[in-house]
Ligand binder design. Sequence first.
Ligand code: FE2
Length: 270
Amino acid sequence: MRSEIDRAMVDRAFAEYAAGYDADNIKIRLKIDHTYRVASFTERIAESLSLDRADVDFAWLSGMLHDIGRFEQLKRYGTFIDRLSVDHAELGADILFHDGLIGSFMEKGKDGARETMMERAIRLHNKLTLPEDLDDETRMFSDILRDADKCDIFRVLTEPPFDERNGKIVQTKDPARDSVMQYVRMHRCVPKNTEYTAFEGLIAQCCMAFELVYPESRRILKEQGYLDTLMNLELQGEPAKQMAALKDELKKAFEAMTNGSAKGRKDGTV
Ligand SMILES: [Fe+2]
């Protein structure tokens, strides 16, 4: 299939869009770097699935566009916390697909189906779970993007400004509540709809690894080592025990996925 995506055009359009925001602001810089990294991971995961060039490019573009709403979110509300401002995935999709920014990034296809799929992948990239009724292709592109996004979260959390938070976490003696630890036992992501302590936030972030869909994503995670850095913070008392439990559960989950005993996917990718 011929690719409808011109990468040089996308790079230019993204750089132009981001230039409208303050690149000296560390949070803007962070999102620009995050975007390029997520795009490279979407490409790598898509290639690991032996997709054709057009589909690899499509996955890559979803990485380039997934957080476009972050720039306006920060400008309008001064925060990246969706709970306190706006759902950045919905905002980004509205800017792209209602306001028409998508035209700077991809050619309008004959039936609009690719745009619809891109819109859904972007709207769904930050949701706790995917809806049951997604068609296989939309689910696959959504999973690729969600995996790639999760893979880069762990790096973000070990670098400024978030690394300061880790320094505070190691001093905490307050354990995570069972309402958080239950997700560790269930091997699930923790919902973001409540306020968590910094340590609970760390547990919640590490839990994202449970729901990586593709083997390539777990390889990326291992290669990078950022999740290990977070899980190996020198905690004390009960938090240390809870983190040990999380590591243990994650090891079990990854082993089960490698052996193919986790809930199976039609394409045999787990
Ligand atoms: Fe996002």
